[in-house]
Design a binder for this molecule. Structure first.
Ligand code: GLY
Length: 350
């Protein structure tokens, strides 16, 4: 097992290893004084892992209850959020009790936002069961629900009390969902770690899960500790996301987040090479690693269509959008780009 310590507005550990879910009760005892614990999960994950989590909590002496909602991004809504808050109130969850987010990004974001706001904040534990949640969304305290106007538009920075990542739960993931998370793993390598990039180029998806998840978490931890509230360095985690969000939105969310981010990273790399920020070789390395993980590098959406979505990105500030552009593997500066130049940048990368 590997443990990464995060010291943000709350200090907590991220524990990564095999066989951790059956020890959920033991770990919960170490981080809070709850008598009641509410597991929040979805209709895909709870049937697979819910009983193990419940049994472990009960064996550790907790009263365990569960709230399960239909799997899918549509559930990250105000409606399900209010249903969850009402469920917590009806079950008399108090400020010292605890929520457990058992699932992927949707479960973690929704549960975190409920924990941040119910009774003005109660403890919560992230138990990520997808690779994407393990390396990204479960760490760093971004919690949110979607609004009809866009993804994650209502949320809070609220750090968990613990992240417990049982790598065994990744074994139940369909290959496509696992590869989706790999896009975020590749992102960390391009942003910060040339050695990780070389390793992943060799292994492809068959990498050592515990070691690589721990390395990604360590890289994210460093960024979160430098810029918890996303006003500077943390924006780099947006590599490929501004254009990727455009791809996701244009597809009406039929193209998954990981695939869209992969396409976004490829477009940015091609554009960076075309305007002379990175070398042809760096661009080719980025395209090759994305393809090695069976992720897409092209889109049929036009620059105009992608531009429209990019302009509604949260990272926009006045007349500029902060693009993260690879200059080399491990060196990706934030480049404030005037909105008026964005279309030609995207065109250069298509
Ligand atoms: N997922 C990007 C961040 O946590 O900042």
């Amino acid at each position: 097992m590997k443990t990464i310590e995060v010291c943000a507005s709350r200090r907590y550990d991220v524990c990564i290893g095999s066989g951790l879910l059956p020890m959920l009760g033991h770990y919960t005892k170490t981080v809070c004084k709850a008598s009641k614990v509410c597991i929040v999960s979805d209709s895909n994950v709870f049937p697979l892992h819910g009983q193990t989590a419940m049994d472990s909590l009960i064996a550790a002496g907790f009263e365990a209850i569960h709230f399960v909602f239909p799997a899918g991004e549509e559930s990250k809504s105000g409606t399900v959020y209010l249903q969850l808050l009402n469920f917590l109130a009806e079950n008399q969850i108090t400020r010292s009790d605890c929520l457990v987010a058992l699932g992927g990004g949707v479960v973690g974001d929704l549960t975190g936002f409920a924990a941040a706001t119910f009774l003005r904040g109660i403890p919560f534990i992230q138990v990520p069961t997808t690779l994407l949640a393990a390396v990204d969304s479960s760490v760093g305290g971004k919690t949110a629900i979607d609004l009809p106007a866009g993804k994650n538009l209502c949320g809070a920075f609220y750090q968990p009390n613990l992240v417990l990542c049982d790598t065994d739960t990744l074994n139940t993931l369909p290959e496509e969902i696992f590869l989706d998370g790999c896009a975020e793993v590749i992102k960390y390598a391009i942003l910060y770690d040339a050695a990780l990039f070389s390793y992943l180029t060799e292994t492809g998806p068959d990498f050592d899960r515990e070691t690589i998840i721990a390395r990604c978490v360590e890289l994210k931890r460093n960024v979160v500790m430098e810029d918890e509230f996303d006003t500077g360095a943390r924006m780099k985690l947006n590599l490929g996301h501004t254009i990727g969000h455009g791809v996701e939105a244009q597809s009406n969310f039929t193209i998954s987040h990981g695939k869209a981010v992969a396409i976004g990273m490829a477009i940015v790399a091609r554009a960076a090479a075309a305007i002379g920020i990175c070398s042809h070789e760096t661009k080719e390395q980025i395209i090759a690693i994305i393809q090695r993980f069976k992720l897409p590098t092209q889109t049929t959406y036009s620059a105009d269509a992608l531009l429209a979505s990019a302009l509604s990105d949260k990272k926009r500030s006045g007349g500029t959008v902060n693009l993260i552009i690879p200059a080399a593997i491990g060196d990706c500066p934030i480049v404030p780009t005037p909105v008026t130049e964005l279309k030609s940048f995207i065109e250069a990368g298509l």
